[in-house]
Design a protein around this ligand. Structure first.
Ligand SMILES: Cc1ncc(COP(=O)(O)O)c(C=O)c1O
Length: 463
């Protein structure tokens, strides 16, 4: 703790549990305490400024200091600070937002259900699929398929969907009835010489085999992120969705597109599934729904599911699911304002226009001696750091290369995240300008150079 100067840092260490943090190492490193934000910049308590290259946690699409969102929240708090939707109570914000999401959803949508986080949305999706299949008289059709390296959240069912070891080890998940199929990462999992199309075909065949093995009448749903985010920003190979969704259609499997990161413009389309030309049965959204100014998430319900829910309600006497803050009026008002701003400022089109510059700067990093793969889509990307480019050999996780590289980025005034496998992810606010994109990648380039020098000194690289 010798290098932690401020009293606030000590108080943090003695009072907070930090998510996704090595709690033991943190006692020495201490926190980076952020005081305020403006545009794409954050400022810490020592007055240092940073480009937030991760839009918070893939969420603050409109950046910081948006007066319209702040004014909307304040006005709504004065008018109706809380209102719930239990027992048929309602308020205009929830109604209007549900209508808006129905209008723009990328799949036929009968109703919208609100919750507060991506995890809750995906947990609710699973419960509703089970509920629906009970109502439809197919009580065996309950298994849910997700993909290795998927990220769908951390509540018990969502953590079970998530296919990352750190989210499962010693948490006693996955729960029963959750299955995982292959991760669509060509760089890591394709065979030597296998084309993207052939890799996609192999993964579709593997999915088909898994469903056959389990019994198609027992498999209910398949969860996908259009581009996998926290698993490493993994862009699927060409033809992937067409092929795997054909398999799902063959066995009447409900497809859920987890749009928690990809929704609202991240890939240069309104929803991520639209970037890859597929239509799911339902979507989960969160994060950019409110530009993260207040927590809110939602999922869409197609007519067939709604009819089944009606049936259950008649039988049981109620629909026994929902949260105190389902459809919170402040969140609903902020979400409506955020959606209005995305449309008015044409931010989806803007993201599509900025994507070539962003992706070109990202792709150029592939030449760096530390970078095994630079990958991305729209305004999201990642670099995967490797010990040997030719063999794609990863570093020993204990060497901590990813965390070290992210610390160098921080020293260069750029906040990024490291993901498992020494992956540095980049996901700036959608309001970033072309000049700021260049500045972001200049800083990242300098951070990679510093990480390279360090890795050489530590003799971590192939001689
Ligand atoms: C694709 C995806 N789904 C679900 C979640 C979980 O959302 P939350 O952290 O709001 O529970 C996340 C969070 O990063 C996510 O990226």
């Amino acid at each position: 703790m010798a290098n932690i100067p401020s009293n606030l840092a000590t108080r943090d260490i003695e009072s907070l549990i930090h998510p996704y943090t090595n709690l033991a190492a943190f006692r020495d490193s201490g926190p980076l305490i952020i005081e305020r934000g403006q545009g794409i910049h954050l400022y810490d308590t020592a007055g240092r400024s940073y480009i937030d290259g991760m839009a918070g946690l893939w969420c603050t699409a409109l950046g910081w200091g948006n007066e319209e969102l702040a004014d909307t929240a304040a006005a709504q708090m004065r008018k109706l600070a809380f209102g719930h939707l239990f027992g048929g109570k309602s308020h205009d914000g929830a109604i209007e937002l549900a209508e808006k999401l129905k209008e723009i959803a990328p799949c036929p949508t009968s109703k919208v259900f609100f919750c507060n986080s991506g995890s809750e949305a995906n947990d609710s999706q699973i419960k509703l699929v089970w509920y629906m299949n009970n109502a439809l008289g197919r009580p065996r059709k309950k298994k849910i398929i997700s993909r290795r390296k998927a990220y769908h959240g951390v509540t018990i069912a969502a953590a079970s969907l998530t296919g990352l070891p750190a989210n499962q080890t010693d948490f006693d998940v996955p729960i029963a009835n959750i299955l995982h199929t292959s991760c669509p990462h060509h760089y890591r999992f394709a065979h030597d010489g296998e084309s993207e199309e052939d890799f996609a075909a192999r993964l579709a065949a593997e999915l088909d085999d898994l469903i056959q093995r389990e019994g198609p009448d027992t498999v209910a749903a398949f969860f996908v992120e259009p581009v996998m985010g926290a698993g490493g920003v993994i862009v699927p190979p060409k033809g992937y969705f067409e092929k795997v969704l054909k398999v799902c259609a063959r066995y009447d499997i409900y497809v859920i597109s987890d749009e928690v990161i990809c929704g609202f413009g991240r890939l240069g389309t309104r929803f991520g599934c639209q970037a890859f030309g597929f239509e799911p049965h339902a979507i989960s959204v969160a994060k950019a729904l409110t530009s993260a100014y207040v927590p809110m998430a939602a999922l869409t319900v197609p007519e067939v599911m709604y009819q089944a829910m009606l049936e259950e309600s008649r039988k049981i006497g109620t629909f026994g699911h929902g949260f105190t803050y389902t459809g919170h009026p402040v969140a609903a008002a902020v979400a409506l304002k955020a959606l209005e701003i995305y449309e008015r400022e044409r931010l989806v089109e803007r993201a599509a226009k900025l994507a070539p510059q962003f992706q070109a700067r990202l792709a150029a990093l592939a030449a760096h001696p530390l970078v095994g793969e630079a990958r991305g889509y729209g305004l999201v990307g990642a670099v995967e750091l490797v010990a040997d480019k030719a063999s794609k050999r990863s570093f020993d996780p204990k060497a901590g290369v990813g965390p070290r590289a992210v610390a160098f980025a921080e020293a260069e005034g750029l906040l990024l995240r490291f993901l498992a496998g020494d992956v540095m992810s980049i996901c700036p606010p959608l309001v970033i300008t072309p000049q700021e994109i260049d500045e972001l990648f200049d800083r990242l380039g300098r951070a990679l150079d510093r990480a390279l020098d360090w890795a050489r000194r530590e003799r971590l690289l192939q001689p």
